[in-house]
Design a protein around this ligand. Structure first.
Ligand SMILES: NC(=O)c1ccc[n+]([C@@H]2O[C@H](COP(=O)([O-])OP(=O)(O)OC[C@H]3O[C@@H](n4cnc5c(N)ncnc54)[C@H](O)[C@@H]3O)[C@@H](O)[C@H]2O)c1
Ligand SMILES: [Zn+2]
Length: 406
């Protein structure tokens, strides 16, 4: 059986090299959904009012020559979804949410032959979407200028339209070529890894931003503050780069324990250690008696931002990535915290297309060195239990909560 697969793969590669044709479909006819009839209606979890998802049925539209119909396999719930659920800060209701999704191609337009990295793509392949560059559809991951998602749209945060299949909290999603969609063939990753791609790309980008300071180096001493999914993935990315001295700061003992399993060599619980002087001493002790060379701020708490400068040595660096939405003002002392210490600070906001490609390798490397990256997914719910799943997320009862279809 393995031999047969190897031969199939070799044939596919030879054909690909010969004429660049799309042969991915031939290689993946064993996939679960390929070949099965596509139903007439799709089910979409639509946020119809604050704190209320309803499962709506919509007809599955014709798949145009530039479009892809994907049978959704799973989608993680992000903090942004929770913000939309509770407060609708983007004013999108009614909206089909879910941007950390992945699934299998069940119909594909004749013009779609390659993904955004130039890899062949076809029926049966597993994909993830990245940004939608509607104002600049010709952009590719090989453009060196920074084009992160800040200036683009994503599936899962689009205004509703007559297609309706715009978010990954659904059983089918329609990816439209004409919109400037970007997508990647990730058939070589398992479902849990694929669900984690989007949040991991946030940290790949943050570490790339940190590297621009020239302060973060092999074996730097690093503080990661905030051990939600974002901080924990930050630790994993650092570990795959050969950084071993990582101190995690949080107030939740379970999350600090997970941080250790992810590779932090020390932890400090800011709720147990009262006062910033004592906390700084605890961080310093965990760093082997020195302040950190570099710090990543991964909480959305203004108090976290105020504290973090104290943990960094003179001439050190900081990456602030914890405020995806406006969390309010934070107080610092510019003299002590930045000026006299000569701290170099970078902000980090989501990711670029290129970071996505790096993330696929990161996920494989993290697992190869034994990091418990997939254990970040602590809860899985079927689509019908979208409201319950969001409840678990909002109450922070787990880490990454995911919707997984049959
Ligand atoms: N920059 C980006 O592109 C980007 C992308 C996604 C998420 N984010 C942001 O990253 C932040 C973290 O995301 P998450 O999903 O891990 O959230 P989360 O809420 O699950 O985790 C935040 C953690 O910070 C801890 N915390 C709170 N105050 C603290 C303090 N003063 N000191 C130490 N720890 C403290 C909490 O106990 C919690 O474990 C969010 O605020 C989110 O908006 C940014
Ligand atoms: Zn997200």
């Amino acid at each position: 059986m393995d031999n047969q697969r190897d031969i199939q793969e070799i044939v596919r590669k030879v054909l690909e090299a010969m004429n660049g044709m799309n042969t991915a479909s031939a290689a993946s006819t064993n996939s679960a959904a390929a070949g099965k009839p596509v139903p007439k209606v799709a089910h979409v979890a639509v946020l119809t009012s604050l704190e209320k998802f309803e499962i709506k049925e919509y007809p599955i539209p014709e798949v145009g020559d530039d479009d892809i119909l994907v049978k959704v396999e799973g989608c993680g719930i992000c903090g942004t979804d929770a913000h939309e659920f509770r407060k609708d800060p983007f004013g999108l209701i009614p909206v089909a949410l879910g941007h950390e999704g992945t699934g299998e191609i069940v119909k594909i337009g004749k013009n779609v032959k390659f993904d955004s990295a130039g890899k062949p793509i076809g029926l049966g392949d597993k994909i993830v979407t990245c940004m939608i560059f509607k104002d600049n559809p010709a952009i590719t991951m090989f453009d060196l200028n920074k084009q992160n998602v800040g200036g683009a749209d994503v599936y899962g945060l689009l205004p509703d339209d007559d297609v309706h299949l715009n978010g990954w909290f659904a059983d089918y999603i329609l990816i439209r070529g004409k919109l400037g969609s970007t997508f990647f063939n990730v058939s070589d990753l398992d479902l849990d890894s694929r669900i984690l791609i989007e949040p991991c790309a946030v940290l790949v980008h943050a570490v790339e931003r940190a590297k621009t300071t020239n302060i973060l180096r092999f074996n730097s001493k690093v503080v990661v503050q905030g051990c939600g999914p974002i901080g924990l993935i930050c630790i994993a990315v650092l570990r795959t780069m050969g950084i071993e001295h990582i101190v995690a700061v949080d107030g939740n003992p379970k999350r600090l324990e997970f941080a250790r399993r992810m590779g932090a060599c020390g932890t400090a619980n800011y709720r147990e250690i009262k006062g910033i002087e004592a906390l700084t001493e605890a961080v310093k002790a965990a760093c082997g008696g020195q302040l950190a060379d570099f710090a990543f701020q991964c909480t959305g708490a203004p108090g976290g931002h105020s504290n973090i400068y104290k943990f960094i040595r003179n001439g050190g660096g900081l990456c602030e990535l914890g405020f995806f939405i406006n969390g309010g003002d934070a107080t610092i002392n510019p003299h002590f915290d930045i000026c006299s210490k000569e701290i170099t600070t970078v902000g980090s906001w989501v990711y670029t297309l290129r970071d996505y490609a790096t993330t696929f390798d990161f996920l494989k490397r993290a697992q190869a060195i034994g990091l418990p990256i997939k254990e970040l997914i602590t809860h899985k719910f079927p689509l019908a239990q979208m409201n319950e799943a969001m409840g678990v997320n909002v109450r922070q009862e787990g880490l990454k909560v995911a919707i997984v279809n049959d």
